[in-house]
Design a protein around this ligand. Structure first.
Ligand SMILES: Cc1cc2nc3c(=O)[nH]c(=O)nc-3n(C[C@H](O)[C@H](O)[C@H](O)COP(=O)(O)O)c2cc1C
Ligand SMILES: CCCCCCC(=O)C(=O)O
Length: 339
């Protein structure tokens, strides 16, 4: 397979239809889901030539670490629905590619068993003691940052899942990171009362860097900086929460300009080609996250499938940099774009 698009098509044959829908789907009319990808296509590149960029450096620095390419694994639930080795395979592929995996609170593998350079994503639970336990578990397991999803005041209305009646995991699979201190698997709940003032409490329970995922408004980006967060992820949850949220690549410039380089800004949603990464970098993102492509690779061929996803992006990105006349990601700036 020679592109993420081909992998996406092939994955359909490797998944039960209702699981494919669970992974592929978005909220309501899936306007945001489609917009994420189509917005990238609306931005044109204006490459430079004769710049002598014989060698390209694809690495970037993120929260004190160097990653080999500016692509991280966005947190996605239920990897063992895609492949029996689930999150372990994903993590090994991320490790082989020299990048970070953000482990989901809804992972089907305990965070302690997931190897490599990991961050831990969580939603604050109404039972704050459960959240405290999860966060401390992740820290003890060696995760290097916490990613708090802030776009989950309620659960998105996913009509494909409602139509398919997909409302629980098959026997034998559970959200392993939802176990409480007694080992009981608790249901994921939502906390609409979560507020900026709760960030201080999260700081109290963990010393790890804190990244907010699901920032879309520049005023919220500024507010997050006032609260001392360590990073932001511009995300609309891959179109799975509030439908009609603007495409992330369209939201990015206002956020990076509000942040002014004070903390890293990542973007996820619809990244399927290296030219999408070039556009995000040119608009100030440090790195991008990929969600569904990882699940497609995993469904097709486990660890090797995810490695293929990452190596395709790496090869494409190296070529795109050469064709843009860039030697490193820092050479990508807004003047290479035409809106
Ligand atoms: C099947 C699936 C499960 C997801 N699970 C989570 C999750 O557990 N936590 C979270 O913050 N985001 C979750 N997301 C959202 C992703 O982290 C990410 O924002 C989104 O997938 C990016 O868009 P993309 O799939 O177009 O790359 C999920 C997305 C998908 C498709
Ligand atoms: C009630 C189960 C919630 C799983 C959360 C995973 C997620 O965020 C998603 O988009 O799916």
């Amino acid at each position: 397979m020679i592109s993420l698009r081909e992998l996406e098509n092939e994955a359909r044959a490797h998944l039960a239809p209702e699981v494919h829908d669970l992974f592929a789907g978005g909220a309501d009319d899936e306007i945001t889901l489609r917009a994420n990808e189509s917005a990238f296509a609306r931005i044109g590149l204006v490459p430079r030539v004769l710049s002598g960029s014989a060698e390209r450096d694809l690495s970037t620095s993120l929260l004190g670490r160097t990653i080999a390419l500016p692509v991280v694994i966005a947190p996605t639930a239920f990897h063992r629905l895609a492949h029996p080795d689930g999150e372990i395979s994903t993590a090994r592929a991320a490790q082989a590619a020299g990048t970070i995996m953000i482990v989901s609170m809804a992972a089907t593998t305990p965070v302690e068993e997931i190897p490599g350079d990991t961050w831990f994503q969580f939603n604050v639970q109404p039972d704050r003691e459960l959240t405290r336990y999860q966060v401390q578990r992740a820290e003890k397991a060696g995760c290097r940052a916490l990613v708090l999803s802030v776009d989950v005041a309620a659960f998105g209305h996913r009509e494909r899942d409602l139509r398919n009646g997909f409302d629980h995991l098959p026997d034998g699979l559970v959200c392993e990171n939802m176990r409480d201190a007694a080992g009981v698997v608790r249901r994921i709940e939502f906390a609409p009362d979560l507020a900026w003032s709760d960030l201080a409490w999260i700081r109290e329970i963990s010393a790890l860097p804190l990244v907010l995922k699901g920032i879309t408004h520049p005023a919220d980006a500024r507010r997050a900086l006032d609260h001392g967060v360590d990073g932001l992820i511009v995300s609309n949850h891959g179109g799975r929460q509030l439908d009609s949220v603007a495409a992330t690549i369209d939201l990015l410039p206002d956020i990076t300009s509000a942040v002014g380089g004070r903390v890293p800004v990542l973007l996820d949603g619809g990244v399927r080609r290296s030219t999408d990464i070039v556009k995000a970098r040119a608009l100030g993102a440090t790195a991008v996250g990929i969600g569904r492509p990882v699940l497609w690779g995993l469904a097709i061929d486990g660890q090797r499938g995810v490695e293929r996803v990452l190596s395709l992006l790496r090869e494409e990105l190296d070529r795109a940099l050469a064709l843009c006349g860039a030697s490193s990601l820092d050479d990508l700036s807004e003047d290479l774009l035409r809106w």
